[in-house]
Structures are given as C-alpha cells and as structure tokens.
Design a protein around this ligand. Structure first.
Ligand code: HEC
Ligand code: HEC
Ligand code: HEC
Ligand code: HEC
Length: 438
C-alpha cells in the first residue's frame, strides 16, 4: 500500500517536474520571441513621412527626405567581391568558372552573355547593354528592372509585355529603387510586380493583406523568382501553382501551361529545353531560415545605427560582407566560424553543381551523336531527350540561384544528385537507342 502511494507520489512529482520543465521551456521560448521581436525585427523609431507623390521614381528625390537609407542604397554602386569567393557584386561571366554553361545553353542567348548579378542601381543599364537583348526583345524583360513598370501596367495592363522593349524602356528613367518596394505616401512595404501578385492570388494569398514580416521577403520575391513568358502574349508567369520545389515547378511545366513547352531547342540533342531563372525566393522558402521565419531583409538589409538613429541598411548585397550585422543578431558563433560554415556549404555545392553541369553537357553531346545513326530507334532517342531536359532543369534551378546553395543546402544537394543520375540515364538511353558506346 505504502509502496503504491510512494509510487503515486513519485509519478505526481514527475508530473509536476514535467509541468514545471514545460513551463520553463515556454518562458524561455517566450523570452526568445520577445528578444527576437525587439532586437531583430522591431522597426526603427517612427519616421517622419515625406508624402512623395505617386510616380516619383527618382531615388535621389526620395533620398532628400530619407538620407540614411539613400546613402546606403548608393553603396550598391560598389563592385566588391564576397569573402566566400562566390556571390559578390563584380559582374564577371559565369562561364569562366563553369564552361559547361556554353554547351548547355547552346542555341540560346545565355550562351552569349551570362554574368554574375551586381547592385540594384545597375539593373536598367545591365538590361539595355546585355548581349541577350536584341531588337526582338519584348517589354516583359523590363518587369523586374524599374519601378516604372507600375505606370505601364496601369496604363496598358499586360499588353506592355508584348511591345518592343526598345519602345517600352524609353519611359523608364530609374533602375530598381525605392518605389519598387515602398508606397511613396505611407512608406509601407509594397509589391508592384503584377506577376507576383497574380501567382500569390492563385495560391489563395492576398499580398495586400500580408504581415510586415512576410513583406520583408515578398518585396524581394517579386523579382528574385523563377518565371516564364506565356506564348503569344509574353505575359510574365511564376510557375508556383503546385509548389516551390524544383520537382513541383517541373510538374507544372509538364502540363504545358497556355501551350508553353520550351524556352528553346538544344541544337545538338534537339531536346526541348527550359531555362531556369534565379529562384532565390523558392529556394529560401523551403530552407532552415525560410522555415524559421528569417526574412530576406533580416540577412540582406540588417539594421545599422548613425548618431544613435537606427535604420535598415539599403546596401543589398552579400551578407558575408557584414557578418556581424547580418548573422550575429541571431547566431552566437564567431564571425570566422560562420564564414567557414558558409564557405564549406558553398564549396560542396559548387563541386556537385559543376559535376552535374558536365554530366548534362555530355548527355547533349551523346544524344547528338546517337541521333546521327540512321538506324537509331526514334522513341528511344526521345526518351533520352526527355531525360536530358529534366536533368538540365534540376542542374539549372540550382545554378541559376544566387546563394550557391546557402539558402537551402540539403534541398540543393538532393536536386544536384538527381540531376547527375538523370544525365547518366539519358546517355544510357541514347546509346541503347543507337546501339552505340559513346
Ligand atoms: C539567413 C540569411 C539569409 C537569408 C534569410 C536570405 N539570404 Fe540571400 N544570401 C545569404 C548568403 C549567406 C548568401 C551568399 C553570399 C555569398 O556567397 O557571398 C546569399 C546570397 C544571395 C544573393 C546573391 C548575392 C551576391 O552577392 O551575388 C541573392 C541575390 C540573395 N541572396 C537573395 C535573397 C533573397 C531574395 C532572399 C529571400 C527570399 C534571401 N536571399 C534570403 C543569406 C541569406
Ligand atoms: C528592395 C526593396 C527596397 C528598396 C529598393 C528600398 N527599400 Fe526602404 N526598406 C525596405 C525594407 C525591407 C525595409 C524595412 C521595412 C520594415 O521592416 O518595416 C525598408 C525600410 C525603409 C525605411 C524605414 C526606416 C528603416 O530604415 O527601416 C525608409 C525610410 C526607407 N526604407 C527608405 C527607402 C528609400 C529612400 C529608398 C530608395 C533610396 C528605399 N527605401 C529603397 C526595402 C526597400
Ligand atoms: C524590382 C525587382 C527587384 C527587387 C524588388 C529586388 N531585386 Fe535584387 N536584384 C534585381 C536585379 C534585376 C538584380 C541584378 C542587377 C544587375 O546585375 O544589374 C538584383 C541584384 C540583387 C543582388 C546582387 C547584389 C550584389 O551586390 O551582388 C542582391 C543581393 C539582391 N538583388 C537581393 C535582393 C533583396 C534581398 C531584395 C529584397 C529586399 C531584392 N533584391 C529586391 C531585382 C530586384
Ligand atoms: C533572424 C535570425 C537569424 C539570422 C539573422 C541568421 N540566422 Fe542562421 N539560423 C537561424 C535559425 C533559427 C536557424 C535554425 C537552427 C537553429 O535554431 O539554430 C539557423 C541555422 C543556421 C545554420 C545551420 C543550418 C544550415 O542551413 O546550414 C547556419 C550555417 C546558419 N544559420 C548561418 C547563418 C548565416 C551565415 C547568417 C548570416 C548571413 C545567418 N545564419 C543569419 C536564425 C538566423
């Protein structure tokens, strides 16, 4: 009896301990949340509003009222490398480090000109001077390069996307700047890219009702995302209806939305290819930071102080140039440790990305040779083309992303592994179809 009571008491004690421990954990979590809320995402003290008129796109005019933000925005003109050896703001050709780009994009403009990205103030200049732009380029290309897209969309709707770029771009006086992210009257964060607003609508999300925290990533996601141009209309569409992973976006394209089945045909393999575009938002959203609610602005626009005044850095570049401000608001590890960790992740990703890119190149080459064999089985060759199309998508969706894997290392490694496997399968299928051993 006594023993049983003792046992009951002890269970009761255990329960109490458990409850207390639980309460303790809750208090710690609550404290952590408060700390994060107050130090990490608390806005600077109320700003005095300038009430700029709609249609004022000149960042220098905005800067007259918001000098600290403008001064830091001007730093985007600096062209400095990143300490990781990746990223950075120097617009060198990617094909220097990754010559497989020339083979994999053969027959299309990205084999002529494919440079690293640099700061926002260069967006319009880099668009106009790009060798990818020809007299046939359309207005759609301007969508993510200037706030002026607000005016043209209001006036013409999606019709602007189909007009010649040379005509539409005439009215665009300013590159990516204040009005791309802020409502001039309230200074609240806003998104202006209609393609982003529509894609979110199709997912049941009204971006106009988004929280401040969500907006700290949406303002970037409106441009740093995968897209395609709809055939005939050249309307910009984000392929997000099935989800954000490489597999889900591929599944979306497999249904040939609005008749879209390819960006171009590869001249060697004759495969119908897709070109992936900078899926920074999609990649981040499934990673540890995205899943933990760490926004793009938390890392890329850290808070700074000037004479005691707190403001968001508008020098939007590699966070590794300012690890103290960008990472150590949350992380307790040393600056060296964080830099080493990022470098290690990126080196591992780069090595596999390069391997995947080369495996895809080989598949194009082998299919090309196998196709020259008169007796080759047509259906077998088509199977090989299907495989190289998918293998290249899985490589490109990683290679076109800007973080060299940092935004989501485990997903990126999985994607590259699958790309390599599919490229090998493609080579095998081509050889089998033609009875060759290339
Ligand atoms: C946890 C911090 C963190 C978050 C959150 C984050 N990034 Fe990054 N981002 C990085 C790091 C680190 C790099 C790699 C920089 C390097 O190699 O120097 C990077 C690289 C980039 C680059 C290339 C920079 C360059 O120098 O070329 C772009 C563009 C980018 N991120 C956009 C985004 C966008 C858009 C989001 C949100 C959807 C986002 N990032 C969220 C940390 C972050
Ligand atoms: C790429 C998007 C983007 C661009 C371009 C941009 N901002 Fe911001 N801005 C932000 C974000 C994100 C915040 C943080 C807002 C928040 O957390 O509520 C911010 C905050 C601000 C604030 C509030 C105070 C502060 O510093 O946090 C002011 C004022 C401001 N920006 C002015 C400007 C001016 C002036 C320009 C043009 C020179 C500009 N911004 C360009 C994204 C942008
Ligand atoms: C209106 C479209 C647009 C918006 C909004 C936008 N970006 Fe960009 N971003 C671009 C373009 C275009 C480039 C490439 C410019 C070039 O290379 O000429 C770029 C370049 C960059 C770079 C490379 C800069 C460097 O130093 O290497 C980073 C980092 C970046 N963006 C992060 C962000 C983040 C974070 C946000 C949100 C706070 C954001 N961008 C919002 C269009 C946009
Ligand atoms: C707003 C908070 C916040 C900021 C800012 C932040 N992190 Fe993190 N980071 C987290 C959280 C939360 C995790 C999830 C694991 C954990 O709880 O420690 C994490 C995990 C990581 C991991 C391990 C997971 C992985 O993906 O490899 C690395 C490495 C990392 N962060 C590096 C960085 C770097 C580098 C920066 C600055 C560019 C940075 N973080 C900025 C909150 C943050």
């Amino acid at each position: 009896m006594a023993r049983k009571r003792l046992q009951e008491e002890s269970t009761l004690n255990n329960k109490k301990k458990f409850l207390l421990a639980g309460l303790g954990v809750c208090v710690v979590i609550l404290a952590a949340v408060i700390v994060v809320q107050s130090f990490v995402i608390q806005p600077p003290a109320a700003i005095e509003l300038a009430k700029l008129p709609a249609g004022e796109y000149d960042p220098a005019v905005w800067g007259g009222y918001y000098p600290l933000e403008y001064e830091s925005y001007r730093k985007n003109l600096e062209m400095t490398p990143s300490p990781t050896g990746f990223g950075g703001s120097v617009n060198e050709q990617k094909s220097i480090k990754e010559p497989e780009i020339l083979m994999n994009f053969k027959g299309m403009a990205f084999s002529k000109d494919y440079a690293e990205d640099r700061g926002h103030p260069y967006s319009l200049e880099d668009l106009i001077s790009s060798k990818r732009v020809t007299p046939a380029s359309v207005g759609a290309c301007m969508t993510c390069k200037t706030p002026y897209v607000k005016d043209v969309f209001k006036e013409k709707g999606w019709d602007y996307a189909n007009l010649p770029l040379s005509e539409v771009v005439k009215g665009a006086g300013h590159p990516v700047s204040c009005a791309n992210c802020h409502d001039p009257a309230t200074m609240k964060l806003t998104v202006v890219n209609p393609a982003f607003i529509e894609a979110m609508q199709r997912k049941g999300i009204d971006v106009h009702k988004a929280s401040r925290k969500e907006m700290r990533s949406y303002v970037c996601g409106q441009c740093h995302s995968e897209y395609y141009f709809e055939p005939k209309t050249n309307r910009v569409v984000f392929p997000w209806d099935k989800g954000y992973t490489p597999e889900q976006m591929y599944a979306y394209y497999e249904e040939k939305p609005a008749g879209f089945e390819k960006d171009w045909e590869h001249p060697d393999s004759q495969a119908k290819m897709l070109k992936a575009q900078h899926p920074d938002f999609e990649t981040w959203s499934g990673g540890v930071h995205g899943k933990s609610g760490v926004s793009c602005a938390d890392c890329h626009m850290p808070y700074q102080r000037h004479n005691g005044q707190k403001y968001s850095s508008h020098h939007v570049t590699s966070p590794m140039k300012n690890i103290e401000g960008s990472c150590k608001t949350c992380h307790t590890q040393s600056t060296d440790w964080l830099l080493e960790r990022v470098k290690t992740e990126q080196n591992n990703v780069f090595e596999l990305q390069h391997t995947a890119g080369l495996a895809v190149s080989r598949a194009h080459e082998v299919i090309g040779k196998a196709s020259a064999v008169a007796t080759a089985d047509k259906a077998g060759l088509d199977k090989a083309r299907e495989l190289v199309r998918k293998a290249q998508w899985f490589w490109d969706i990683v290679a076109a992303e800007n973080g060299m894997g940092f935004h989501n290392p485990d997903q990126v490694m999985n994607t590259l592994g699958r790309s390599i496997d599919m490229a090998h399968q493609s080579v095998e299928a081509a050889n089998k179809a033609a009875g060759t051993h290339y």
